[in-house]
Write a protein that binds this ligand. Sequence first.
Ligand code: ZN
Length: 137
Amino acid sequence: MACLQKSFTVRTESHQQVVDISAQVAAVVAEAGITTGLCLVFVPHATAAITVNENADPNIGVDFLRALKKMVIEHDDWLHDRVDNNAAAHIKAALIGPSETLPISNGRLALGTWQDIFVCEFDGPRTRREVSVTVWG
Ligand code: ZN
């Protein structure tokens, strides 16, 4: 059994944005040198999330953010808006979740052809969103 844990940071440019982090995660998996195992990708933030979705058409990310915006209305008299005015971002982050666990097969992430890993920014732009990657197997 081997384990490797590393983190990197992501800069976001918009209030809401999805950022593809597949290459950075794959680099940690390659460095771990594990043939079969699991990879946990986690953001230690309350207004960001991790998801896995299509990589080929960038409009999927645009549609995803638009759908969430319709589901969670900004400034809908949320109690938390009285604290720092970002309740919708917290709710979206909670719906999507702060992590994904992915299989490692034959030494690499066993993602589908159309799947990539994304950080979801819901309260940007931010200069430093931390992503923690734990690989074991
Ligand atoms: Zn807040």
